[in-house]
Design a protein around this ligand. Sequence first.
Ligand SMILES: [Fe+2]
Ligand SMILES: [Fe+2]
Length: 283
Amino acid sequence: MSASQVVGDLEPRKASIAPGGAALPHDPPQFRRFIEGSRPMDLEGIDWDAIPDHPLGDDVLRVLTYMQDVESHTVVFPRTIFSRRAVDDEQIGTFLVCWLYEEGMHGRALAKFLDRAGCPVKPRPRGRTTPMDHVNRTVTTLMSAVWKDFLAMHMAWGAVHECTTIHAYRRLVQQNDHPVLNELLERIIYDESRHFAFYMWQAQERLARPGVARIVRAIMNALYVPVGASHQPDALARWVSGFLFDGEEGRAAALRVDRTIAKLPGFADATLLGKWLARKVYN
Ligand SMILES: [Fe+2]
Ligand SMILES: [Fe+2]
C-alpha cells in the first residue's frame, strides 16, 4: 500500500507543492513530497488586526491555549527525538530538523493569535522541561541504544500523534466560526498532513516485519497517551480531549484516527486513542 493510499482524506489542503526545493535526485518520492513543501508556516495574508472583531468563547480560547503549549513544547524534544539512529538515517534525520522548525512556527503563530485575541500566553514559571520530558529522554536514549528497530516505534508514534493533531484541529474548526482562526488552523492542518504522510510512510516500511510490529504494538498499547497529554495537567488534558473528541462528531473523529492507524502493519485492531478516551473521558 502506498503512503498516498493510506493518507486518504488527510491529503494536504493545497494539492500543488512548489517544485524543486531541496530534493535530491535519489530522494524517494515520499521524502521529496515532504522536503519540497517544508518551509516556515505560510502567514501571508493573515488579517491579524481583524482578530478582536470576532469574539471567541472561553472554551475555544482554553483549547487553543492548550494546543499552543503542545506545539511550542516541541522545542524541548531535541534531546528525545534526535537519537543516534534517527540522526544516522538520511531521511529521518533531515525530516526531524524540518519538522521541529515547522512545529515551533505553529506554536509562535498560535501565540500571536492568542495575543491579538486578548488572551496572551503566560511565560512558564519553571522553564519548559517537565519531569516527564526527562523520563522520555532517558527511556528513548536507552531503547535507541539497544534496539535496532527503535525507529519503527518512533515513526509509528509520530504517525499516531500527527493524525490525532489533524483531527483535533479539524474539530476545533468545526466548533468555532472565527474566520482568521480557522484560516490559521487550515494552514496548520496542511503542515500536519505532510508530517503525517512522512511518519506513516516510514512506519509502514519499518513495521513490515511482523516481529517488529508485534513489539512496537505491545509497547504502544502499554505506554500510549495522546499527543501533549503527558506534560499537561491530567484534568486539563481530559477536559480538552472531551471538548475535541466527545459528542457524536468528536467520537466519530476519534474513530477516524484509530481507523487510519489501523492501516499500519500489526495495528489492524488497535484502538489506542479510543481506549484512552474510554478510560479518561467517556466514563
Ligand atoms: Fe504542529
Ligand atoms: Fe506536526
